[in-house]
Design a binder for this molecule. Structure first.
Ligand code: IMP
Length: 434
């Protein structure tokens, strides 16, 4: 049976792709369940670096089926480009499957995303401008275009017309934009339909078949818990649910199909886009973390905001995801600091203290981190392969984190390479047994 969901436990960019990649080799299927090409995974394989935005990280294993589930919003231009790019590099993509029920990002979603941000001005969310929010809005408004609609010209045109009608006013500034021409848009999307037809499937059934046969299925989250539209720092969030529970909805499986929930967190914190960030470091230390960690977006190239590890937020993420395991990535980036700080509570306006993640937006905006200082370590961790190889202070750091959030740390990343990892305690038992 095993179903393992892997999610981001911070504000995204935690290194989920690498963790999924490590497990995907033994998996029958890897299923993405939310988000779209706002995400970006970088996988290093030998001398080669692969960057994906939509295709699940398992695609490099020919025996693993890679599924884009119904909960994902798909820009078909990006998807077909990714398929072409992988094929050009000799990667077999025949195991790719795309849910017929997944919604599509249309040209008007891209325009509306940018228009929305421009309208907000200084209060902008800092979206990736990939049309994610407007596409999910249309899905909820029942005006979405789904993958299956690409296979029927008449239905496609009718649905595009219906979707455009209520947007006439907001799209007026773009009325001469050629991407909005109904006929050419229909033709362009029909072409994507022809290209993608061979991959379109009932992916919920595929996941069920694998689980029913006792094979390992990995549910791959995008973004992170604090960008969740319900549980994150609303409105500075993405428009989907990156938490573990959403794997059921976005892949079409039941809660009993999920056996483990792995949360991935960096040894520090980053955030792209606007919104509260209580442990943000707007100084040389923050810059040092950014430079050493290469903290620039895979999708937009934006410099990421950086800060010390926030255990108030991580404990919250552990709770709302029901985490059974945590993977801490990029521990190597913290080498060389005399002291490393971890935030264990927030101080709000007028000195109020919070050990739990505040539910009120204003409180969160005014909160700053209060820290415990731990001993740092000098050693480069890049060659450590077991817990015993780690300096004592690095082990103490991990122990402190695991104790505070009350979830075992099962995996630690000490560099970008696939082998630069340490399994802690036990050897990823479910994965090994699968
Ligand atoms: P959207 O998902 O493009 O609408 O952007 C909404 C917010 O989520 C912005 O702050 C983005 O920077 C952030 N975001 C979206 N996708 C990612 C991601 O994969 N990593 C980190 N932040 C993301």
């Amino acid at each position: 049976m095993p179903g393992i969901v892997i999610v981001g436990a911070q504000w995204g960019d935690e290194g989920k792709g690498k963790v999924v990649d490590l497990m995907a080799e033994r998996a029958d299927a890897v299923v993405r369940f939310q988000g779209g090409n706002n995400a970006g995974h970088t996988i290093v394989r030998g001398d080669e670096t692969f960057k994906f935005h939509l295709i699940p990280s398992g695609i490099l294993y020919p025996a693993t089926r890679c599924v884009i589930g119904n909960g994902v919003v798909i820009d078909p231009k990006v998807l077909t480009d990714e398929i072409d790019h992988l094929r050009d590099r000799g990667v077999d993509v025949s195991g790719l499957r795309v849910s017929a029920n997944a919604h599509l990002i249309m040209p008007y979603h891209l325009l509306l995303d940018t228009a929305g941000e421009t309208r907000l001005g200084k209060a902008e969310i800092g979206t990736t401008r990939r049309g994610i929010g407007p596409a999910y809005a249309d899905k909820a408004a029942r005006l979405g275009i789904r993958v299956q609609d690409l296979l029927d010209e008449k239905i496609l045109k009718k649905k595009i017309t219906a979707a455009l009608y209520p947007k006439a006013l907001s799209l007026r500034p773009y009325e001469r934009d050629p991407s909005l021409d109904l006929q050419s848009m229909t033709e362009e999307y029909l072409t994507y339909g022809h290209r993608l037809e061979q991959y379109i499937a009932d992916t919920s059934r595929l996941a069920w078949d694998s689980l029913d046969a006792g094979r390992l299925v990995i549910f791959e989250g995008a973004q992170g818990a604090l960008l969740d539209i319900d549980h994150g720092t609303y409105p500075f969030v993405t428009s989907s649910n990156p938490v573990a529970g959403a794997a059921c909805v976005g892949a079409g499986v039941g809660p009993r199909d999920i056996d483990e929930a792995w949360g991935v967190a960096k040894a520090y914190v980053t955030r792209v886009g606007a919104g509260p960030f209580p442990t943000e470091l707007d100084d040389d230390t923050g810059e040092m973390i950014r430079t050493r960690g290469g903290e620039f977006g895979t999708t937009t190239g934006r410099a990421r905001r950086t800060g010390w590890l926030d255990l108030v937020a991580l404990r919250y993420a552990a709770r709302i995801n029901g985490l059974t395991h945590v993977a801490i990535t990029k521990l190597d980036v913290l080498s060389g600091f005399e002291r490393v700080k971890v935030c264990t509570r927030y101080r709000g306006a007028e000195g109020a203290q919070f050990e739990d993640f505040p539910y009120h937006q204003t409180v969160l905006h005014q909160s700053v981190g209060e820290y415990v200082e731990l001993e740092g370590w000098e050693e480069d961790l890049g060659t450590c392969r077991s817990e015993a190889d780690l300096p004592r202070a690095a082990r103490a750091y991990l122990d402190f984190v695991a104790d505070w959030i009350d979830v075992p740390i099962a995996l630690v990343g000490v560099g970008p390479g696939r082998d630069q990892i340490i399994w802690l305690g036990r050897d990823a038992p479910t994965v090994a047994a699968a």
